[in-house]
Design a protein around this ligand. Sequence first.
Ligand code: HEM
Length: 237
Amino acid sequence: MNEFLWGVVPYLSLAFLVGGTLHRYVSDPIGWGSRSSQLLERRWLKWGSLLFHWGILFVFVGHVLGLLVPVEVWRAIGVGEALYHLTADWVGGAAGAAAWAGLAVLLLRRALNRRVRLNSDVLMDWVALVLLFVVVSLGVAMTVGYNNVFGPYEYRTTVGPWIRSVLVLQPEPGLMARVPVLLQAHILAAWVLFAISPYTRLVHIWSLPLAYLRRAPIQYRSRTHYAHRATEEGGRT
Ligand code: HEM
């Protein structure tokens, strides 16, 4: 079972993620995107979306620093265990709490606002939102709950090397055998989320408007003003 969960499931999930994303891109180019519901309701959306997106951005950076940077590197640059965990728990905890609160607002909005509820799709909207909530809740429960009750868990010597072993295609499932069940559940839920994400609104992650930063600025001018000046200029010639 251990071999399957930590040696096979990650690759099944990544295969669904890559294959599903390509399939969705080709088969549903018009439906691709975040399917914004801003026109239906904007007050709750503003708070929910801002809290979630800023929180998850910091959570993402935290995952990269905590899981992809080996613990030896942290030690070599003088960041000891105590300093690392203090920062990770406070900054990671705050970012996780912001993402969690944002998701709670978005979930309540979707359930309670009639216009948004009637325009929601089960897979596109609900499954993705609920799964995100489960993944983030388990992560925060680990960082804020487990670590305060049982003391900081050193995932940089288990989960970190394991995820790197998966990424270099030489999985070492044994590293995950003794990881707390709460953290195992968090990671398994994340693999399920990655696998279904191609068929949800989460595909907009791959469409960051980066070209926007490079493109030439577009000038807008008022039609009325333009029409007025055009008549004036026309009159003069
Ligand atoms: C395979 C993928 C993932 C792995 C291996 C992973 C691993 C971890 C680890 C080791 C922690 C720290 C637990 C602690 O403090 O003791 C954590 C926390 C957390 N994770 Fe993940 N995670 C994954 C995916 C995700 C995803 C997809 C999300 C959100 C969509 C997420 C959200 C969180 C949050 C909110 C926390 C708590 C706050 C924080 O540390 O920033 N994780 N995760």
